[in-house]
Design a protein around this ligand. Structure first.
Ligand SMILES: *[C@@H]1O[C@H](CO)[C@@H](O)[C@H](O)[C@H]1NC(C)=O
Length: 259
């Protein structure tokens, strides 16, 4: 997307490296848009002191930060050496987000590649880490629901400096002496419906595709066990529990991830 000189690949072209220095970060985007499916890639995050650095992997209906955009985010918030990375996920609909969750990971994401995936159909959006569902976001199917399911989305990945907020709420600043900061990517996979105009292409009412079928409308029993473990042990922040921020919780917060 920008600063091509901050982008490199392995000799075989299969692993991609994005780097951030004091001048700029870097990002890439799919040419194609998708509506519903399974989207996945392997990432290895910036090692060592990465405080202030955010690596993101997200889907967005817009190529910029447009006011009407829908978006599904995975953001990896760097940290000082030896301190844990956090992952933040968020959901946007028509330009409005504020649906953050933050989780710890059960491994060091800078040591090895791990798989991060998004399942998206009209019933649920599930964020996975190595096939473990860490977040389940449901559709209440009401007319004014907060569930992005109309606009097709591109896939993006990028690395940038966010030391105004990312690490310990912005207290930890990026140490530019450690630059460049490099994140690595491989095994991109999109098993989704490729969008072609006009609307409503890629409707999710057919059961032609596995991601639209009954089994993908809710977690499997196996996934529920994993999800329960995540809920018990790894959640750092959940907007649905933040009654200070939301005296009245958003409506989707009453939906059960178990159904
Ligand atoms: C960074 O490490 C500190 C100290 O362990 C922790 O409180 C914080 O949640 C970690 N992550 C971020 C993104 O701030």
């Amino acid at each position: 997307m920008w600063s091509e000189d901050h982008f490199k690949t392995s000799a075989d072209g299969q692993t991609w490296y994005l780097s951030l220095d004091k001048e700029q970060g870097c990002g890439f985007q799919t040419k194609q848009r998708y509506r519903f499916g399974w989207f996945s890639m392997k990432l290895k995050l910036v090692g060592g002191d990465s405080a202030g650095v955010v690596t993101a992997y997200y889907m967005c209906s817009d190529t910029g930060a447009g006011p009407e955009r829908d978006e599904l985010d995975f953001e990896f918030l760097g940290n000082r050496t030896g301190e844990p990375y956090l992952i933040q996920t968020n959901v946007y609909k028509t330009g409005v987000g504020n649906r953050e969750m933050r989780h710890m990971l059960w491994f060091d994401p800078t040591e090895d590649f791990h798989t991060y995936s998004i399942l998206w159909n009209t019933h649920q959006i599930v964020f996975f880490v190595d096939r473990v569902p860490v977040r389940v976001y449901k559709n209440n199917n009401k007319p004014n629901n907060f569930f992005p399911n109309e606009k097709p989305m591109y896939l993006f990945s990028s690395i940038w400096n966010a030391d105004d907020w990312a690490t310990r709420g912005g207290l930890e600043k990026t140490d530019w002496k450690k630059a460049p900061f490099v994140s690595s990517y491989k095994e991109f996979k999109s098993d989704g419906c490729k969008w072609e105009d006009p609307y409503p292409a890629c409707v999710s009412t057919t059961t032609k595709n596995w991601w639209d079928q009954y089994d993908a409308w809710h977690l499997t029993d196996f996934q529920k066990e994993d999800f329960a473990w995540v809920e018990r042990n790894l959640v750092i922040y959940d907007y649905c529990k933040d009654t200070q921020r939301f005296p009245e919780l958003p409506e989707e917060c009453s939906l059960s991830p178990w159904e």
